[in-house]
Design a protein around this ligand. Structure first.
Ligand code: WTA
Length: 656
């Protein structure tokens, strides 16, 4: 262990070690050794232990069409059967599956038996509309029990869902409906967030108003807010009406393990979001396995992952993982700061949450809030039910880690800092709570079986202590299968020729500690920003900006931000004169709103600066490195002699 790390090592408590499924580093190493010895056998053993197969698989990993890997390909199963029927058959029908708390604090409990019936009725309704195996269904819903039901119902009939986060715009929603060729859309009249009522159906209507979205024949609408909505005759149906009178049971569609369970769009380094396609068997295996190893889930736990179902974290650790393990979990409609910033802690206390999983951004904003409002600090609540904490989505700064550890976990609870991605399906590098000594800011060691490594541009391993490119050397069951409709982009993006197509390129930079070999993620190495744990492509935001009538050119970069991790900074050249002073402030507001409308509020640039031009090399390439320095407010120290027009650097320092 390096001296720098030595001072900051946190050992898991004796209690955490003694009760954990993977107890102590020897147990962790034994699992890794098992995978080293017999890679396929390791995953096959877990696939048999954790999932119920309709037809047992005889093949494990099929690499014949690499990098289009297949896992357990001749086995058949149903994901919803594994998440619901299996638990009811085991005698857990009365166990609470979901504790739903609404924005305004109302609580509803749904048992496994209830959930199964509601999923079956909805699945029957979908079938009645003609939705069948392989069809794509878009889900555009707020955090709700119905959101989980919709996902599970699609899984039950073999339809491939694609959830679109409720904060995305009509434009973004339309792109996804079109790209997926969806036959149905499930949405709600509106949503409640932080005491406000926001529309959804009207946005969906706008999205559907295009020729290309004509594939979408049915729209099912959840009544949530009671807002007036326009229902299109023959196309739109109320959810409560279509499930009414449906049978309580629904024969699951048994699908091959490789059948696409879902497509989830995420940002990449081009303007067009990628439809990340996931499998059924391999995906569910690692969802369940990480619940057991990373979260050490036990029958009496109350699990709470605060992520929205619109993100991958809400897929694996809300809609699938907890249910596949028969656990009780919280589904929360609202926001962490409403009615006050003690909301999370009050809910942990009331519902006796034992495992809590959230994003560093949320932690940082709650640190600040509890300084301003000490009554809402976690220490004001009884959080003794907690036993494991987790973080995901972005690097956590050591100060936030320590605050979380001391103030939320009372210095007792291990923190699992889980590194993974939409594409990986489940945790890839993470401490195990009863085994791994923790170092704040480091996601520590690979999940058992995962061959993570750091390489240079040629794909050669770099020694510990040196930064490099994060890769995964062997395929794993829950990995992305392809980019929907664009297998070539899949291959080029994730298995590039630079690495002879053999290594999975994560898109992150990382470094391993000289002594412990612990991984620390240093951030994206492509044109992807991470704002509050949400992935945003710089090109996507640039395309949105140049779609504005008055914008001639735009370049977007990130700059470090204390609260959101990264903030979006846009450099814009207008077609007309460069605005200054009040006119510039007005234009900034207008363009921020424009991007919000084009993509969604999360994509709004925090800072927009106007120039008569952008800094370019003589060959016309935008010098992004200079823009990053300008965004940070740093003096330009690099050589600017290749710059065509050095004077514009002054303009881009601010809108003076
Ligand atoms: C970042 C979210 C540091 C990383 C599950 C990755 C992290 C991207 C961590 C994926 C972590 C995620 N430490 N960085 N523990 N977890 N990231 O697809 O840059 O929304 O590539 O998946 O988030 O974001 P995505």
């Amino acid at each position: 262990m390096s001296s720098e790390q030595q001072a900051r090592v946190y050992q898991p408590s004796a209690e955490a070690v003694s009760r954990a499924r993977v107890s102590g580093m020897d147990a962790y190493e034994a699992l890794c050794a098992e995978a080293d010895r017999d890679y396929e056998g390791f995953w096959a053993r877990h696939a048999r232990e954790l999932l119920e197969w309709q037809t047992p698989f005889t093949q494990v990993l099929d690499e014949s069409e690499a990098p289009f890997f297949k896992w357990f390909a001749d086995g058949t199963l149903n994901v919803s059967y594994n998440c619901l029927d299996r638990n009811v058959k085991r005698g857990d029908g009365n166990k609470t599956a979901i504790i739903f708390e609404s924005d305004d604090g109302k609580v509803a409990r749904v048992s496994y038996a209830d959930l199964l019936v509601r999923v079956c009725r909805f699945a029957n309704a979908l079938r009645d509309m003609g939705v069948k195996k392989g069809d794509r269904v878009i889900i555009y819903l707020p955090m709700s029990v119905e959101g989980v039901i919709a996902m599970q119902a699609c899984a039950r009939i073999g339809a491939t869902h694609s959830v679109v986060f409720g904060g995305f715009s009509a434009h973004a929603l339309r792109d996804r409906i079109e790209d997926a060729g969806a036959v149905a859309l499930i949405t709600s009249d509106g949503q409640f967030r932080g005491g406000k009522m926001l529309p959804l159906k009207s946005i969906a209507d706008e999205a559907l108003d295009s020729d290309a979205a004509k594939s979408c024949k049915n729209v099912i609408v959840l009544r949530r807010t009671g807002a007036d909505v326009n229902m299109v005759e023959g196309r739109d149906h109320w959810m409560h009406e279509v499930v009414d009178g449906q049978p309580d049971t629904c024969e699951p569609e048994w699908v091959g393990a490789e059948h696409p369970l879902f497509i989830l769009y995420t940002s990449g380094s081009t303007g067009k979001p990628k439809g990340v396609q996931h499998s059924s068997g391999g995906y569910l295996l690692q969802a369940a396995m990480s619940m057991r190893y990373t979260f050490d889930i036990q029958p009496d736990d109350v699990f709470w992952c605060t992520a929205d179902i619109g993100w991958v974290t809400g897929h694996t650790y809300v809609a699938y993982g907890p249910l596949a393990c028969g656990s009780t979990q919280i589904v929360f409609e609202g926001v962490p700061t409403y009615p006050n910033p003690g909301r999370f802690w009050r809910m942990v206390q009331d519902h006796k949450v034992s495992i809590f999983y959230t994003a560093p951004t949320a932690i940082r904003s709650l640190i600040k809030a509890s300084e301003n409002n000490p009554d809402c600090a976690p220490t004001q609540y009884d959080l003794s039910s907690l036993r494991i904490l987790g973080t995901v989505g972005e690097p956590i700064n050591p100060a936030a880690w320590e605050w979380y550890y001391e103030n939320v976990g009372g210095g007792r609870c291990p923190i699992v800092d889980t590194w993974w991605q939409t594409e990986t399906g489940a945790h890839m590098i993470t401490p195990l709570p009863g085994a791994t000594p923790m170092v704040p800011g480091s996601c520590t060691l690979p999940f058992p079986g995962i061959q993570a490594a750091i390489v240079d541009e040629t794909g050669a391993d770099v020694p510990n202590g040196h930064g490099g490119i994060l890769v995964v050397k062997r395929p794993w069951p829950s990995m992305i299968r392809t980019i929907w409709g664009d297998p070539d982009r899949f291959r080029k993006t994730y298995f590039p020729d630079d690495f002879k197509g053999k290594l999975y390129l994560a898109g992150d930079g990382a470094v391993r500690d000289k002594d412990t070999a612990y991984f620390t993620i240093t951030g994206r190495i492509d044109d992807v920003l991470n704002v509050s744990g949400h992935r945003m492509g710089t090109m996507e935001i640039e395309s949105a900006l140049v779609a504005h009538d008055e914008v001639a050119e735009a370049a977007v970069v990130g700059r470090p931000d204390e609260l959101t991790g990264e903030a979006i900074v846009a450099f814009v050249v207008l077609k007309g004169a460069r605005p200054t002073g009040e006119a510039a402030s007005q234009k900034v507001k207008e363009l921020q709103q424009w991007v919000g409308k084009e993509i969604g509020p999360i994509a709004r640039p925090k800072d927009i600066r106007f120039g008569e031009n952008l800094p370019k090399t003589r060959s016309g390439k935008i010098m992004r490195r200079l823009l990053r320095q300008l965004a940070k407010g740093e003096e330009i120290t690099q050589d600017t002699s290749t710059l065509e027009n050095p004077a514009i650097l002054d303009q881009l320092k601010g809108n003076g």
